[in-house]
Design a protein around this ligand. Sequence first.
Ligand code: FO1
Length: 319
Amino acid sequence: MISVLTGGGGGAKFIQGLVACFKDPESVAAIVNTGDDLDLHGLRISPDIDSVTYYLADKINFKTGWGIADETFFAMGALEALGGESWFSLGDKDLGTHLYRTQRLLQGATLSQVTNEIAHRLGITAKILPMTDNAVSTMLKVDLDSFEHIGLTGSEIGFQHYFVKYRCMPKVLSIRFLNADTAQASEAVLRSIEESELIILGPSNPFLSLDPILSIAAIKDLIQENKHKVLAISPIVGGKALKGPLSKLLLELGKKSDVLSVAEYLKDLASYLVIDEADVSHSDLIASMGYDLLVTNTVMKNKDDAMQLAQFILDRVFK
Ligand code: FO1
């Protein structure tokens, strides 16, 4: 059993490669960030769950890392023509997922149950586990003078407003996870961590994809108790994040945009760290933090790259 904590496109892409390395995909569990989730147009949208689902169903729009391939946006076009909110692009096929999830939640199903129903319907046997069935929201306190906006009063915005509406332009002052203190980790998540021979922190943004998951105390405690079997994959390569705001965020949070900052940040959680060949010069410093260091190509341009990275990890850890 292998559990992967994931958020964003990078983590989901890696999971597709990892699952492809197994003849029994049900031995892989994705523990997915739901801090990005939002209510929009009366629909409950869970972007990181959908990215993992679409990757594992081979339906993903590989170019963006979210949404469905060969998508159309007629519904959004019609909404826009009416002057409705259209900053968050929901494809016509993707809307089917949000309609189904919202309908099932209204009928009293949990997010875990709905996620499992959708995965099953799409022929996915790997486990896709929301970090919690409660609503936890990633909120960012930003410098209102650092970006163009109309009429924002408070300086705290939700993740999707930061990431999509304002295109990560706001200067981030701090991040918090609303309701994390009362949210319950799903039993399936805790069980999967306990039963796993290896727990992987995916190549995801530590602050925006991993921290929401770890903001649930029971999960963070269990990860730290099992640190000896935790492996992290650096989301930074050669001082840059392959996608998303991680580099900018590191600088705004007073850190350097390099693999050392990530290694420092994760050192109480993981015993292994996988870094890219581009960062091999940092090996000694990282090893001095106590990591068992693995160096390989971590840039996943396609599914084969993701499979190679996953197989490299499996070969080294289960040697
Ligand atoms: N990301 C964007 O940059 N622009 C969008 O319009 C957008 C729409 C969208 C719709 C559904 C969905 O599941 C994801 C979507 N994303 C979009 C990505 C989303 O912001 C994710 O949270 C990121 O992948 C980071 O986790």
